[in-house]
Ligand binder design. Sequence first.
Ligand code: SF4
Length: 433
Amino acid sequence: METIIQKRESLGEKLRILSDAAKYDVACTSSGVDRQGSRKGMGNCLASGICHSFSADGRCISLLKILMTNECVFDCKYCLNRVSNDIERATFTPEEICRLTMEFYRRNFIEGLFLSSGVKGSPDETMEQMIKAVWLLRNKYGFQGYIHLKAIPGASQELISQAGFLADRMSINLEFPTAEGLKKLAPHKSRTTILKPMKAIQLRAQENKRELTLYRHSPRFVPAGQSTQMIVGATGESDYEILSVAESLYQKFSLKRVFYSAFVAVNPDRDLPALPQGPPLLREHRLYQADWLLRFYEFKASELLTPGQPNFNVLIDPKCNWALNHLEEFPVEINTADYHTLLRVPGIGTKSAWRIIGARRYGGLDFEHLKKIGVVLKRALYFITCNGKMLYSTPMEADYILRNILDPRDWKDHQGRDFHQMSFWELGGAGRF
Ligand code: SF4
């Protein structure tokens, strides 16, 4: 059967333009919502998240990730779609978005939709069209898969509230950690037009939780929560400023995720940095690791960095960076330290910390045990003792440890045993560091 893409070439063209235009938005992971498909509709959602794929430049492009339109009345200096750029423009109708989503879903290409948009006309007009698309998707096409919807800065609270009952997750991009950065590079946006809808989503979600305790079958409002994105490296903010803002967003707006997007120079503009080395991807990666420490390792932004030391050493992960700046806290005795202390040791993740606590009930642990438990000894060995002894005698000097952590040729103990660099798969994923 002829597909809609073959039948209507202009739709394929629009897809090319509007999926390409969406690639710089990284806030597109999906997780935290469980919904079984019913016989009436199509699709389901799993809390474990939808499979992600990555574009050539490493960005997550899971889901059908598109803009409704790349027309925009705003002129954000960092954005390809800004009004002052002379680029190919296109706009999907709500019906076209539905048909594309269903077509890709049936072919098993996607498990959900990520829908963002430029501002066409006004924020409210744009938001109305986006709501129409997801309303049709849910109600006419019976789509029950995951939908991540961007809130348009400046859209009314009423529209945001309607959108939240149709989407699994909503997000509104903070763009920059400071109001000055926003004013300089996104003059049509303001902190108020961004934080107000963010607050509205948070409050409505809290109210919805209360409704659900009273009426179990009430419709759910953004069940996968809300997220935001900050651009890294376009303005002069330090890692400390970025991380402090992220921490405050988690606390004050109950965000599920803050995404960090390394600035990509797509427009020549004297207000933008040149970045001859390309986007600061390693810095972005370190911020993600630090964000992980805030959310799962009980660190505070002010512990990881300070105004006097405002940026991470990009050569090492943020936990190692913290440990090297706090050598007075080490070495930690594996056989007696509590869970929270173990969590602070480089090379010990949440799982291995629990495994250490569990295994200690059956006797003392040595380094071989730790290796089997999954502790990354190449990092941990400088910071721990087992029964009062280090793996081998090392000075507690930051420079020495840093040099050794960075130089794999020195990862041997005195007996020549090689604690090789573990691969990503041995580590069990990026979450452990
Ligand atoms: S609002 Fe700004 S960032 Fe969003 S599409 Fe328009 S110009 Fe780009």
